[in-house]
Design a protein around this ligand. Structure first.
Ligand code: CP3
Length: 360
């Protein structure tokens, strides 16, 4: 049987740090509220209902990929859905973001977070993977995703958005036993969940540690790194993983350390608080890198967007293993034409860079 076309896609090659003819690009939150037709759909359907209707979730992402001309799809879903079958209630109040009903407040509550025994209760996400894969250009890879154990633990404890992550950090610092039990349970759940996404047709897995930046390196190393490493080690062999955190460049070498020695292509996702070339030095040359345009740049205008995209491509300097992305998700206020302008600029700018190199 011949290899599927996506094996040789730009993103899979960049993940393996093989040379590519141009830098691949996809964007976190490429489907969402910045799009008029997404907002229209949301007038009739709540966000949770949308996530739980695989036909709609797949269609939202497939139409976005086609419109933007990006080099990958990510499943349309949410980080927090896994917490429902683990015993927490989830809802998205208008303009307030997620709320978890019965948060884990004390060490004694940790046992209320249930072991995810099977993937059955998240079958709708697995069906979204199948449907998105079936509708996607076979030359493009599909990215599955989950929250990292820390971000899921912190949401479960805080119960929603937080300014200082005080309750979660207090539990972590004051009861290492309860904390580790909770993190290990989440790590097992996330591993099961990501492997089910991979088995259903996802080619890469992104692990979002959106809140990890609130920790210093020593606490990250002690209380978080072993658990995220166990997720990555448990993934199907050879499947590339993207490990992404936000808000603290001092964690970059540790994000890189979460990959053990194996033949799994390792990609570290970086935000805009650090230059891409410095980030690459921090994570080491044997890692691929994803990032790192500030999403606020997309609120400006196409010439500024193009200039700022070029600065990042210049920092990558033609090295193998760069996947262009934002440093965090697209903001709802973003003009859709600016998103298209970014994708076009990345496609065009670096084919120019490479042509010039050849002539030199
Ligand atoms: O990237 C994509 O296009 C795929 C879809 C995707 C969503 N959430 C859709 C979504 C992905 C990859 C996520 C991950 C996610 N969800 C993260 C990690 C990434 C990050 O932003 O750090 C987090 C922390 C969540 C939890 C979550 N979901 C929050 C905090 C919110 C509210 C934030 C907001 O923008 O209001 C959501 C809601 C959410 N997830 C929306 C979308 C399209 C908006 C829902 C709506 O009102 O329609």
């Amino acid at each position: 049987m011949s290899k599927p076309a996506w094996q040789n896609s730009l993103i899979m090659r960049a993940a393996r740090r093989e040379p590519v003819e141009r830098t691949p690009v996809w964007l976190m939150r490429q489907a969402g509220r910045y799009q008029a037709d997404y907002r229209r759909l949301r007038e009739k359907t709540s966000f949770l209902e949308l996530c739980k209707t695989p036909d709609l979730a797949a269609e939202v992402m497939l139409s976005t990929v086609e419109r933007l001309g990006v080099d990958a799809a990510i499943i349309f879903s949410d980080l927090l859905l896994i917490l429902e079958p683990m015993g927490l209630s989830l809802d998205f109040a208008a303009d307030e973001g997620p709320r978890l009903g019965n948060p884990i407040r004390e060490p004694a509550d940790v046992d209320r977070l249930l072991e995810l025994e099977s993937i059955e209760s998240l079958e709708f996400v697995i069906e979204t993977v199948r449907k998105t894969r079936a509708g996607l250009d076979p030359a493009l890879p599909l990215i599955g995703f989950a929250g990292a154990p820390f971000t899921l633990a912190a949401y479960s404890i805080e119960g929603g958005a937080s300014r200082d992550y005080r309750i979660a950090k207090k539990l972590m610092l004051s009861d290492a036993g309860a904390w580790d039990a909770m993190m290990a349970r989440l790590a097992r759940a996330v591993t099961l969940y990501l492997n089910a996404q991979i088995d259903a047709g996802a080619q890469l897995a992104q692990i979002f540690d959106s809140w990890a930046g609130c920790l210093g390196p020593d606490d990250y190393r002690r209380h978080v790194l072993p658990h995220t490493r166990s997720v990555i080690e448990g993934l199907r062999p050879g499947v590339p993983a993207i490990h992404f955190a936000v808000g603290n460049p001092a964690l970059l070498p540790l994000l890189s350390e979460a990959f053990s020695q194996s033949d799994r292509p390792a990609i570290v996702g970086v935000d805009w608080r650090v230059r891409l070339d410095d980030a690459w030095t921090a994570i080491g040359p044997n890692r691929a890198i994803q990032g790192n345009l500030d999403p606020v740049v997309l609120l400006t205008d196409p010439p500024t967007i193009r200039r700022r995209a070029k600065e990042i491509l210049d920092q990558a300097a033609g090295r193998s293993g760069h996947i262009f992305n934002l440093g965090h998700g697209i903001l709802p206020q973003t003009p859709p034409e600016n998103v298209v302008a970014l994708v076009e600029a990345v496609h065009e700018l670096n084919s120019k860079v490479r042509t010039r190199r050849k002539i030199d």
